[in-house]
Design a protein around this ligand. Structure first.
Ligand code: GLU
Length: 314
């Protein structure tokens, strides 16, 4: 495996920032009113290494909505609580090939929400979080798990939570359709509320890089040095991310970047290079699929420049 030193990583991060900071294209998510109003020119990149050092540039301490990146964190919690076998049976681990909020995906595979990394599976994952039936205790577990993975607490963006709760009609349909097919394992409204709340957590690019590094480091958080999950779950979570992290453009992403990564409509992307580093980039304007334009460019540039690729040589 190619050895990397910190100065090469620092150089690649700075180059990516300068190359893409003025990149045009894309637009903030507008179906959640709060997200439409986040300043569009914010841009930050952070890489967290196995020794806990974070190499960063730009707006890496700006707190933005974690959105769908949160699906990864709660999938880790469900893997910890229920195990890999139960997650596979109750949710699944397949790409849908369809948009993140697809209702058709549920209809096509009615015995299977497919993966915890699309809305249907993520709402089902929230329903599986223990203890079933107790919203406060479930939320406490979700929040704690996020803090453990990111190395510090995340705070709820109340305005985002309100904005998303007032407009999440599609997700309501998903929750109740899952109920119809016996694929939600707690109260549908409560599960949806937990999902909406976890998506509305505020996170920084730096915290997401630490989370990515914890996944890359077999569950050992490189900053806090605490073992967040059992190392045997690493391949499960990374394979879920690789399969569907970019929704219907996941194949193109893997082919061009070589790194499993998860996006969110808040503009964040978190990448995991097992054994090497976690990386995050943040910039609000999204492409038509819902993935940050600049964050994609930056991460792709860095992996290609460093010559690291999960599938082999670049
Ligand atoms: N909370 C958003 C939704 O459910 C997340 C979408 C995303 O980040 O892909 O619509």
């Amino acid at each position: 495996m190619k050895q990397l030193d910190k100065s090469q990583i620092r150089e690649a991060v700075n180059e990516a920032y300068n190359k893409f900071k003025d990149q045009k294209g894309g637009a903030n998510a507008n179906y959640i009113p709060f997200l439409a109003n986040v300043p569009s020119d914010l841009f930050g990149i952070a890489v967290c290494l196995p020794d806990g050092e974070v190499i960063e540039t730009g707006d890496t301490n700006y707190v933005f909505g974690i959105e769908s990146v949160s699906k990864v964190l709660t999938a880790v919690l469900v893997l910890k609580q229920a195990g890999a076998k139960e997650l596979l049976e109750k949710i699944g681990a397949d790409a849908t090939g369809l948009p993140f909020n697809s209702i058709m995906a549920i209809l096509l595979e009615k015995d299977h929400p497919s993966t915890p990394l699309v809305n249907a599976g993520a709402i089902a994952a929230c329903s599986m979080v223990k203890p079933v039936g107790n919203s406060d205790a479930k939320w406490a577990a979700i929040e704690q798990n996020m803090a453990d993975l990111c190395g510090s607490k995340l705070t709820l963006l109340e305005e985002l939570y309100k904005s998303e709760t007032a407009t999440n009609f599609n997700n309501k349909s998903i929750a109740w359709l899952l109920k119809n097919y016996g694929r939600i394992y707690d109260d549908p409204d409560m599960s949806l509320d937990l999902y909406t709340r976890q998506c509305s957590m505020g996170v920084t690019a730096k915290q997401l890089a630490v989370c990515g590094a914890t996944l890359a480091n077999d569950g050992l958080n490189p900053v806090t040095k605490s073992q967040v999950f059992d190392a045997t779950l690493t391949s499960k979570i990374v394979s879920l991310i690789a399969t569907v992290g970019f929704y219907q453009t996941t194949g193109d992403w893997l082919y061009t970047s070589g790194i499993p990564a998860k996006t969110g409509v808040g503009g964040g992307i978190m990448g995991v290079m097992p054994g090497r580093f976690g990386i995050a980039a943040f910039a609000p304007p999204l492409d038509e699929v819902g993935n940050s334009v600049k964050a994609q460019s930056a991460i792709k540039y860095i992996t290609n420049k460093l010559g690291v690729n999960i599938f082999g040589h670049c």
